[in-house]
Ligand binder design. Structure first.
Ligand SMILES: [Zn+2]
Length: 273
């Protein structure tokens, strides 16, 4: 139950709006600067003295504003002699980690994430095929992932092949051209890929080899989807992607559905590691 649930429905809209503190007002303005790119990723915020003068607030309020932005992951406040505040422009990786936290709290299984990706990815194939600039904006990244996959198959590197295949799927999402999909589905792809990676390490330790036949089939099906994207065949690309995701199911093949609960730390190690 959220806090708002305790308030009778007919009184909710009559509650006075909480007033913003000076620190929150400064945090709002600094946040806009960071998100607009006015202060680039990896740059330092101006000095504390300069900001207190500009915003006409106390040092205490400014420090509080920085703490707010730090908890949002937009700043790292460096303590000590050097001091200052390092700016982090939010990336899709941050969304992946946040999604991982929520999924873990809800005890969502990795197989559940995989099922969602299977549903949504054909839409990305469709979007890729519909792009006017698909030959330059989509295909090079897919072709590069396929080249990596082929190299791994030739070398008999099953683990490398599984990860190259995942890279192909991540590229399909990343190049679909719809930014909202790139961020949201990209986050799910990152959650899934990070868990496959840890499974791979377990497989390798156990000496379980990935079947070269499966890797070759995956390669061939990717080629088929790519050809339809290149031809601008929107319906065909989505159908081929759907068939591939259902039949190949997962690279690497796992024994049935993955019933591990999503771990946010596994996602973090992959996306920030
Ligand atoms: Zn695939």
């Amino acid at each position: 139950m959220s806090k708002g649930d305790n308030v009778p429905a007919n009184r909710r809209h009559t509650r006075p709006r909480r007033r913003y503190s000076p620190a929150e007002a400064v945090a709002d303005r600094l946040r806009d600067r960071i998100l607009s790119g006015e202060v680039p990723n990896g740059a330092m915020l101006p000095k504390l003295e300069d900001l207190t003068e500009e915003f006409r607030v106390s040092k205490a309020s400014l420090r509080e504003a920085c703490r707010i932005l730090e908890t949002e992951g937009l700043l790292s406040v460096l303590r000590g002699n050097v001091g200052g505040a390092l700016v982090h422009v939010p990336q899709p990786a941050h969304a992946a980690y946040t999604v991982g936290l929520v999924l873990q709290a809800r005890e969502v299984k990795v197989g559940d994430v995989a099922a969602a990706v299977e549903r949504f990815e054909p839409i990305c194939a469709e979007l890729c095929a519909a792009r006017e600039d698909r030959v330059t904006a989509v295909l090079p990244e897919l072709v590069a992932a396929q080249r990596e996959l082929a190299g791994c198959i030739d070398r008999g590197d099953g683990e490398g092949a599984a990860l190259a295949a995942r890279a192909w799927h991540e590229a399909l999402v990343a190049r679909c051209g719809n930014e909202t999909t790139v961020v949201l589905l990209g986050a799910l792809e990152a959650v899934w890929t990070s868990h496959i990676r840890t499974k791979q390490v377990e497989y390798t330790k156990l000496g379980v080899a990935i079947s070269p036949e499966l890797s070759r089939r995956v390669f061939a099906e990717h080629e088929e989807i790519q050809a339809r994207i290149e031809a601008g065949d929107v319906v065909g690309a989505a159908a081929a992607a759907r068939a591939h995701l259902q039949t190949a199911h997962i690279h690497p093949p796992l024994e049935g559905e993955d019933t591990r609960v999503v771990r946010a730390s596994t996602v973090r190690d992959r996306v920030f590691g």
